[in-house]
Design a protein around this ligand. Structure first.
Ligand code: CTP
Length: 500
């Protein structure tokens, strides 16, 4: 998903600057075009040559040198960006951005960009905890910036404290999440389950299965990367919690059922990758079962667990997995019907590279229409994307005569709305009057084209609408419904909190 994305990577002067080299390298390897902008103090910690070599792109270090294609018009960099990421962000750059100071290439680019901005602070613990820094960060969050909180650990001063740069892998996860907002699952809410449930026999023993949770976690992460808002309901696993996903830890099938019922109340799809235990002990023994008391043979009485998928009620897409050891397609089709599914991913658990506890999987996708798609052996992440391709195809597309725009800080500040290039065919040529119907009345407005990205700007008259909505924040979503293309539009506001 990073392929061909333009990532403006701002590096400021802190000891963690060397870690930005690792980040730049990983982003470039993933196919992104990484445009590095370094502040003067950053160049004291790490050389521009290092970044230039890792990204294969010129590195911008000053507004005034003419060696870079961006130096002539610094705004071009801001416009080219799909995302701006500042790693590490010092207290100084945070303060400058909060105050709107633009005295170097990086602060200019951030002020001028309409792309989302992600910053990863790293500094001395006292500087970080100082109320000035905290106030500044709160201001930036309010404007829609994504802040990747620093972690606790050993700092440059030798002291332990909060202020270490977040792990590079975490930063990459968040970049993908922020970029994914514009992808095919943007705005969709997806609930994923993972792991093998544990059914308690007594306080120390349980019944479970070999599920590692890897398939479900891969689906959750892939859905996040495609822009979905993901809730992952997971039975115990040894996997780290994914970033940018709401994670709900459960243990038993009964707990998972409750969590699923709650989470699906407002969701678009449920993807049940969990290996739910089919049976649970009829009752959990309160104290530990002692050998002397239980004797030579111990009989456990088991009872069925709820079938979570079959019993999940509501208007959302249902995707199940079918773990089979024989008659794969037949059994999977039977499950699809029995559990009223839209899609089933069947896997042969007896195949060596497939199923439990490995990083690969070989599945067959079977749709409600009976269509069977046999996939080759792939990584679980690739399988996840194949499943999500089908999910995205099954979910209703956004209405053709309406589209969504996320309010950016610069729009709120300067009272305009940026229309994505994709929608420009709906709008009349420059300076033709068009009418926006809003709850504060009809507003006559006009458009101007903006920048290289080919988008449009809705300008004149919007001041009145913005003034009527002092509650609007960057990150809120606007829905624009086209009543008559080229002439009349309706504006709705949908509140959307930027995820952290
Ligand atoms: N599933 C569920 N609740 C259960 C059992 C299974 O929601 N109590 C879900 C699984 O998460 C999976 C699908 O149903 O998505 C099929 O699970 P599977 O174990 O393959 O099938 P079972 O329904 O358990 O049937 P069988 O054991 O007969 O194969």
């Amino acid at each position: 998903m990073l392929t061909d994305k333009t990532i403006v990577l701002g590096i400021t002067g802190g000891i963690a600057a060397y870690k930005a080299a690792d980040l730049a390298s990983k982003l470039a390897q993933a196919g992104a075009k990484v445009e590095v902008v370094m502040t003067e103090s950053a160049t004291k910690f790490i050389t521009p040559l290092t970044l230039r070599s890792l990204t294969n792109r010129p590195v911008v270090t000053s507004m005034w040198e003419l060696t870079s294609e961006f130096s002539i018009e610094h705004v071009a960099l801001a416009e080219a960006a799909d995302i701006v990421v500042i790693v590490p962000a010092t207290a100084n750059i945070i303060a400058k951005l909060a105050a709107g100071i633009a005295d170097d290439m990086l602060s200019c680019a951030v002020l001028a960009t309409e792309a989302p901005v992600v910053i990863a602070p790293a500094m001395n613990v006292n500087m970080f905890q100082n109320s000035v820094t905290q106030d500044n960060l709160a201001k930036l969050k309010d404007r829609g910036f994504t802040i990747i909180d620093p972690e606790y650990g050993r700092l440059a001063s030798g002291k332990m404290g909060l202020g270490r740069l977040a792990e590079v892998e975490k930063i990459i996860g968040i970049i993908k999440q922020v970029l994914g907002r514009s992808s095919d699952l943007a705005g969709k809410r997806i609930v994923v389950t993972a792991g093998g449930t544990q059914e308690a026999i007594d306080p120390v023993r349980y019944i479970s299965n070999h599920s590692s949770g890897k398939m479900g976690y891969a689906v959750a992460e892939a859905a996040r990367d495609r822009g979905a808002e993901v809730t992952l309901i997971t039975a115990p696993t040894s996997l780290p919690e994914p970033v940018g996903i709401e994670v709900i830890q459960v243990t038993s099938a009964v707990q998972m059922k409750e969590a699923v019922a709650k989470a699906t109340a407002q969701s678009d799809a449920l993807i049940m990758a969990a290996a739910v235990a089919d049976y649970q002990p009829k009752s959990t023994v309160k104290g530990k079962i002692k050998r002397e008391i239980a004797g030579a043979d111990l009989t456990l009485e088991l009872t069925r667990t709820p079938d979570i998928l079959a019993e999940a009620k509501g208007n959302f897409l249902r995707v199940g997995f079918a773990a089979e050891s024989e008659n794969l397609v037949e059994n999977a089709k039977d499950k699809l019907q029995r559990k009223q599914l839209d899609l089933v991913a069947a896997n042969d658990i007896t195949a060596p590279d497939s199923g439990f506890n490995v990083d690969t999987n070989k599945i067959t996708l079977i749709g409600k229409d009976g269509e069977v798609e046999d996939l080759p052996l792939m990584s679980k992440r690739e399988v996840a994307d194949k499943i999500l391709d089908r999910v995205a195809g099954l979910l209703p597309p956004p209405s053709e005569n309406s589209f969504e725009v996320i309010l950016r800080p610069v729009m709120v500040k300067n009272h305009f709305i940026g229309i994505p290039a994709l929608q420009k065919t709906l709008f009349p040529p420059m300076n033709t009057a068009l009418v926006l119907l809003t709850e504060v009345g009809a507003i006559e407005t006009n458009i101007i084209r903006r920048g290289s990205s080919g988008g449009l700007k809705l300008t004149k008259g919007l001041i009145k609408w913005f003034k009527a909505h002092p509650e609007l924040k960057p990150g809120d979503k606007l829905r624009i419904t086209v009543l008559e293309p080229m002439k009349r539009y309706r504006l709705e506001i949908v509140k959307l909190e930027y995820r952290k």
